[in-house]
Design a protein around this ligand. Structure first.
Ligand code: NDP
Length: 502
């Protein structure tokens, strides 16, 4: 691992991002209007690469969530419900254009807020545009059925699809810029409205995007944002009796709490929770592809990705060669401030996350895993930031905590296996079922693994590709409800059966 040579003057954000940050305390956006939290409280959001406060955010609470939900309900019942599918499609296309014009500013804000390297974020522009194109197309596909029926007499029957109403979107800190569009895209395509609660660690791009949505012509009240603490604003949204649906991405523990909260008014839920994905490297794998693929399946976004392939299962005949090549690859990775050029890994998002990751490194060592690289806090010019050296553990067994629990940091574990059935058994010996991959030049071996591993998504000879048309979802403790495919839209709609006596 190398640390990014820090320029004598560190890279600074551009004028647009600076202007946004210099506004003073950043306010809630409810019914198209900025307002402070009703209590007047604020909370600091920090630059994880320096630990310094970037901005103060309004610390919204139950009172603010009530106001935002009322605004979303009024917008849902107002002229928005008469917008035709063509108008909603055109709106999503305009949103795509406005975001594209402001993408550089959004990337800078996201990088400052949660630490991801600018190059990685700039590379996500096509994915965002694809998502908007997907939801724009979905706006035109919402349809019911005309049915043959057994009802006596002259009765026509049909089903209609209707938007569920107000959606609460609880957004994590590991990629809010693009991640919020799984919710916002579906809301605009379906005719629902939303209250978004971004993470206190990374709210900037959700706030700025909400302003840009207004600029693109999204009516006031259709998308509202309440920043604040998870246990206050987040909990209030999950509890709210006038919220019809919650879309949540985050920890399994908070997911459980949201399920409990949903029982009050039987909210519909879509939950994307934790993961402990197995990335299986077979002896016949093309290591030129498998090594960087498996490495970046963990180290991308500094390991803060739900589908990170943190358990790298390697077939014994190639363990030594794979490990050697992996360590050489890791030695070439550059850790540094997200805004600096040429950086592969930024900091982890917060002091809490830093402590959590370093703790898991200690646990791994104490349990007898062999620390082959990294795992320390980065010092020197980066000592005030929350930087962790990319870490590789060898000789990991599946019973160790680093193989069972979600670390959510740049920690890769190598677990040797003998035959493919054993690899499948190890992969399935997990509470989670989010994703996984297999690297093999044999189609039969690849399909054997794809069929055998119990996860919502599998990759063959690649890692982390996601296309909204193909979708992404989990099973077991990783949650439920599809992201992408027509099934995504279904959960923003309900079916009405109509009996029409002629
Ligand atoms: P959380 O699940 O607590 O946070 C995710 C979102 O939920 C945030 O917006 C958070 O707000 C909000 N939230 C927190 N508590 C509540 C609540 N009681 N009711 C409603 N919303 C709430 O995760 P953490 O940030 O604490 O991270 C802990 C671990 O969770 C990570 O180390 C990682 O393992 C996992 N995680 C997984 C993610 C994924 O993509 N699957 C994403 C994030 C975390 P706030 O941040 O303001 O508290």
């Amino acid at each position: 691992m190398t640390t990014s040579p820090t320029p004598s003057t560190p890279t600074e954000p551009g004028a647009a991002a600076r202007a946004f940050l210099s506004r003073g305390p950043l306010q809630l956006l409810i019914d198209g209007v900025h307002r402070p939290a009703s209590s007047g409280a604020t909370l600091p959001t920090r630059d994880p690469s320096t630990g310094e406060v970037l901005a103060e955010l309004a610390a919204g609470d139950r009172v603010d969530v009530d106001l935002a939900v009322a605004a979303a309900r009024a917008a849902f019942e107002g002229p928005w419900r008469t917008w035709s599918p063509y108008e909603r499609q055109a709106l999503l296309n305009r949103v795509g254009r406005v975001l594209d014009e402001h993408f550089d500013e959004l990337v800078e804000l996201e990088s400052l807020d949660m630490g991801a390297p600018v190059a990685r974020l700039l590379g996500s522009r096509p994915a965002l545009q694809k998502m908007l194109a997907f939801f724009a197309a979905q706006a035109l596909t919402i349809s019911g059925e005309t049915l043959l029926n057994g009802v006596p007499g002259d009765v026509a029957t049909m089903t209609l699809k209707a938007p569920v109403g107000v959606v609460g979107g609880i957004i994590p800190w590991n990629g809010p810029l693009n991640g919020q569009f799984w919710i916002v895209g579906a809301v605009l395509a379906s005719g629902c409205t939303a209250v978004l609660k971004p993470s206190e660690e990374a709210s900037l791009t959700v706030l700025r995007v909400a302003e840009l949505l207004l600029e693109a012509g999204v009516p006031a009240g259709v998308v509202n944002v309440v920043t604040g603490w998870g246990a206050q604003a987040g909990q209030a949204l999950a509890d709210h009796p006038d919220v019809d649906r919650i879309a949540f991405t985050g920890s399994t523990e908070t997911g459980r709490s949201i399920i409990r909260s949903s029982t009050g008014n039987i909210k519909k839920l879509q939950l994307e929770l934790g993961g402990k994905s197995a990335d299986i490297v077979c002896a016949d794998a093309d290591l030129d592809r498998a090594v960087p693929g498996a490495a970046m399946g963990v180290f991308a976004n500094s390991g803060q990705i739900c589908f990170a392939g943190t358990r790298v299962l390697v077939q014994r005949p190639v363990v030594e060669e794979f490990t050697e090549r992996l360590l050489a690859y890791v030695d070439g990775l550059r850790v540094g401030r997200g805004l600096d050029a040429g950086v592969d890994l930024g900091p982890v998002v917060s002091r809490t996350q830093l402590d959590r990751v370093l703790d898991y490194v200690r646990i791994g060592r104490a349990e007898g895993a062999q620390l082959l690289r990294g795992g320390g806090r980065v010092g020197g010019d980066l000592e005030n930031g929350y930087f962790v050296e990319p870490c590789v553990f060898g000789e990991v067994t599946n019973s160790m905590r680093i193989a069972r629990e979600e670390v959510f940091g740049p920690v890769l574990s190598i677990l040797p296996f003998d035959d493919v059935e054993e690899a499948i058994t190890i992969a399935n010996d997990s509470d989670y079922g989010l994703a996984g991959a297999v690297w093999s030049q044999s189609l039969s071996t690849a399909l054997q693994v794809v069929r055998g591993v119990h996860t919502g998504t599998m990759w063959v000879n690649c890692y982390g590709l996601i296309d909204p048309l193909v979708g992404f979802s989990g099973t077991k403790l990783s949650g439920y409800g599809a992201k992408g495919t027509a099934a995504h839209m279904d959960t923003y709609l309900y079916t009405k059966s109509v009996y029409l006596q002629l």
